[in-house]
Ligand binder design. Structure first.
Ligand SMILES: [Zn+2]
Ligand SMILES: [Zn+2]
Ligand SMILES: [Zn+2]
Length: 152
């Protein structure tokens, strides 16, 4: 990936969301975009400290939350309940993620069948559904093949 192009891109994304483009936010996006998979706030913090020696973990948490709230990055909830962050280059609209708990790869799942359930749930409960969170956890094809090779 050409970094010059990507940087201009990040600037445009942040501007569009009304988020000020700060060197830290830009660095967070760069770190996440360099990864194929998801990173924990602590891992992002370690990577940031190379460039911003005095940056504190609370600052990293706050920036990650702001970027996630703006939809620039995705939140990944690991089965261990630890929160991770992921920079999705794929689907721009509403979609879900299949995460590999072994290698941290993320795959886009564009079909959303949960939306069709919302009407039924609203009818059954008499309430109103405003959103849903769906994430598929497991092993990606590569890790599955590797695992089967080990146990065979
Ligand atoms: Zn995605
Ligand atoms: Zn995997
Ligand atoms: Zn959905």
């Amino acid at each position: 990936m050409n970094h010059g192009t990507m940087n201009r891109c990040f600037g445009a994304i942040l501007k569009e969301l009304g988020l000020k483009e700060t060197p830290k936010r830009r660095a967070i996006l760069e770190i996440l975009a360099e990864q194929q998979g998801f990173l924990s706030p602590e891992e992002i913090w370690h990577a940031l400290r190379v460039r911003f020696e005095t940056i504190g973990l609370p600052t990293v948490y706050r920036n990650l939350e702001e970027l996630a709230a703006g939809g620039v990055i995705s939140t990944i909830i690991h089965p261990s309940r630890q929160l991770y962050y992921y920079f999705c280059r794929g689907e721009s609209g509403h979609h879900h993620h299949f995460i590999c708990t072994s290698c941290r790869r993320v795959e886009d799942i564009p079909e959303c069948t949960a939306a069709t359930m919302e009407g039924d749930i609203a009818t059954r409960t008499g309430g109103k559904i405003t959103s849903h969170i769906v994430q598929f956890n497991g092993l990606c094809h590569r890790c599955l093949v590797e695992e089967e090779g080990r146990t065979a």
